[in-house]
Design a protein around this ligand. Structure first.
Ligand code: BTN
Length: 263
């Protein structure tokens, strides 16, 4: 049993953990630059599939599109090394997002939603994010890394600049949450979904159905270009299909979405 606010360690995470691939090997760091960096190095040394790198805190946590991911103690920051087939690569963000949503629900009872492409929200505020990094060599996946960050026991009152847009499980519930319980459930969900990846269609459908982005007017920034339109659907490769005001359908592979309906 984790004493709240205390450190994580591998044994309570792995003890009697019912997974086949994910979490059979766990590397724990009290402090690290980014679990993505460690995972990349480990993957290059051909680490076992399912190896998890978990850190108490990250000093240079990475978000999407080169953003900084704030990663103080008390939250969840972990990366998982996988070697999927190249056709399954687009599903990794979907399965990771679903695993986060299901774990939050099981452990806390809180409902969370997904914002395309990789945000997990509670009541419209970001509680978690997914980062996928992969390398392809000769048409095959050399490695893929799923990075997951969840604000668990973060007190947003300590970070006033973030409180309009971010939340934590603790702030939503008004009490601390065991990170070990969340991580254990997360690893079980990830393992279950990873094993059914060859039948990717249900994962795609469950992910699509949880996206709060769809059916909304959105602005999407992609580099220096801004797209505006109705988020109509998502394709099986994870890209967003945006119906623009001239009736054309634009496929957006990755971008930064503003959900607020605009005039
Ligand atoms: C995002 O929302 O932009 C993605 C955030 C991903 C953060 C996680 S925390 C664990 C892993 N290590 C990192 O440096 N980033 C990911």
């Amino acid at each position: 049993m984790e004493i709240m606010g205390n450190s994580l360690s591998p044994t309570p995470i792995t003890d009697n953990l019912k997974t086949h691939i994910i979490g059979q090997r766990i590397l724990y760091y009290p402090s690290v630059t980014s679990t993505m960096e460690v995972a990349k190095w480990e993957a290059q040394q051909e680490a076992a599939e399912g190896t998890v790198i978990v850190a108490e805190e990250q000093t240079a946590g990475k978000g999407r599109i080169k953003r900084i991911w704030l990663s103080p103690r008390g939250n969840i920051a972990l990366s998982i090394i996988l070697y999927p087939s190249v056709v399954h690569l687009p599903y990794l963000v979907m399965l990771a997002s679903l695993a986060v949503v299901y774990s939050i629900k099981t452990i806390t009872g809180l409902e969370s939603q997904l914002k395309w492409p990789n945000d997990v929200l509670i009541n419209g505020k970001k509680v978690g994010g997914i980062l996928i990094e992969s390398a392809i060599k000769g048409g095959r996946v050399d490695y893929a890394i799923i990075g997951i960050g969840i604000d668990v026991n973060l007190r947003l009152a300590d970070f006033p600049e973030l409180s309009p847009v971010a939340t934590s499980l603790c702030d939503e519930l008004g009490r601390e949450v065991s990170r070990i319980d969340v991580i254990r459930h997360l690893l079980v969900e990830l393992d279950r979904l990873y094993l059914v990846l060859p039948f990717g269609e249900p994962i795609y459908k469950q992910w699509r159905d949880r996206l709060v982005t769809l059916g909304r007017k959105v602005r999407v920034r992609l580099g220096k270009t801004m797209y505006e339109g109705m988020a109509e659907s998502v394709a099986r490769d994870g890209s967003l299909l945006l119906r623009c005001s001239d009736g054309s359908l634009t496929k957006i592979v990755a971008g930064d979405v503003t959900l607020r309906d605009y005039k």
